[in-house]
Design a protein around this ligand. Structure first.
Ligand SMILES: [Fe+2]
Ligand SMILES: [Fe+2]
Length: 168
């Protein structure tokens, strides 16, 4: 389909996000299982619930646009999840793996932040106020998830992993 209008591009972006989010709903339980640190595990669990809600919000937008968001595969998210999976299968010390999982998860969050930022800008330009509101809600949750991961890494998990190496 030719992208004729800015609205076509917006739908294109939303399809990409829809695929990314639905892939994440399947991938996050594996991150929960792979994480050792309780706070990290809980963080992934919480973001899994938020992610399900991100899919719901995209469904709501699709309904208001009377379009379907299925049928497109986000290859970037596929690659990010694949790399996360590779890390999970590495033979690693628990705290070191946790530190790596945070890096993998933050790559995902940054991809989502870029995608939602773009979609929201397009929706704002086109005057779709309700879509802007819904996309902002998700964008804020992605940013909060990212910040939480940074905090967890810098205050706890990286420190633990570093101390472990010194103890050896
Ligand atoms: Fe999301
Ligand atoms: Fe996310």
């Amino acid at each position: 389909m030719k992208l004729q209008t800015l609205q076509d591009l917006l739908v294109h972006e939303l399809k990409d996000l829809y695929s990314a989010e639905t892939q994440l709903v399947k991938a996050l339980p594996k991150m929960v299982r792979a994480a050792t640190n309780d706070a990290l595990k809980a963080g992934f669990e919480e973001h899994l619930e938020e992610t399900k809600n991100h899919v719901t919000r995209l469904d709501q937008i699709a309904k208001s646009f009377d379009c379907k968001l299925t049928g497109r595969r986000c290859k970037a998210m596929e690659g990010l999840i694949e790399e996360g999976g590779e890390l999970i299968s590495e033979d690693a010390e628990d705290a070191v793996r946790d530190a790596g999982l945070i890096g993998a998860a933050q790559r995902v969050e940054h991809y989502e932040i870029a995608g939602y930022g773009t979609a929201r800008a397009l929706a704002a330009c086109l005057g779709f106020d309700e879509a802007v509101r819904l996309l902002s809600e998700t964008l804020d949750e992605e940013k909060a998830a990212d910040e939480k991961l940074t905090e967890l890494a810098e205050n706890t998990i990286n420190v633990e992993a570093a101390e472990m190496a010194m103890a050896e």
